[in-house]
Design a protein around this ligand. Sequence first.
Ligand code: B12
Length: 210
Amino acid sequence: MSLIQEIRQAVIDGQAKVAVPKVEQALAEGMDPDVILREGLIDAMGEVGRLFEEGEYFVPEMLIAARAMSAALELLRPLLVEKGVEPIGKVAIGTVKGDLHDIGKSLVAMMLEGAGFEIVNLGVDVAPEKFVAEIQKGAQIVAMSALLTTTMPNMKSTIEALKAAGLRDKVVVLVGGAPVTQAYADEIGADGYASDASAAVRKAKELVGA
Ligand code: B12
């Protein structure tokens, strides 16, 4: 098994104690952090999702795999995030109310930070009022993540809350997450949608004219 496959397998197995040193080893050997991220970590979570769908994995297995991924991701963080860049704009990012999925949102936050955006990470289970409060403090972009079909409507609720607070025209709304589509983004009146973290960076830059 290649080193990248070992990393992938350690995440699938939820073995943070194996995944972390393997990522350290890969970095020491000069492997591209982006390759480790895509082929080792993100691909592993895709497999975890498949195992869950097939009834082989349950929530606890999914959770320990997510923990292993997060621990490994922390090692890549400083390498993916460029330092000393003038902020292009301020982004308030969070996973919408009722939704506890953190990984994809954090990845998007990290990549946006790396591209020069200032990030306010509101975490998970973020109520519309919390997004609104952050915009009142001066963020130009609201980035919302949803991983559940049942929580996607909370993106719309947040847009409604922005309208009610008279802030909708002052911000750019970017949405994403596995079940979200461009069609859904259009339907709820978001300004942009991106399917992954790199596309999110391109879209955010485009939306603020950077
Ligand atoms: C890990 C995981 C969990 C972990 C989360 C841990 C954590 N700290 O995040 C735990 C165990 C907590 C969990 C719980 C549940 N989960 Co879950 N989970 C997953 C799993 C396996 C992986 C998600 C993940 O991290 N993917 C890796 C990241 C990198 O990908 P991503 O999140 O899609 O993000 C990328 C893009 O979508 C995009 N993106 C994401 N956010 C944003 C935001 C913006 C602004 C933009 C532009 C882009 C963007 O960029 C990211 C990077 O490329 C998925 C399966 C899957 N294949 O998605 C199920 C999945 C999402 N879960 C599912 C379910 C059902 C649940 C539970 C309801 C299970 C239960 N019965 O309790 C609970 C819900 C809890 C809650 N209230 O949120 C279902 C959802 C089904 C549906 N259609 O709604 C899935 C699809 C599994 C399945 N196949 O059935 N889960």
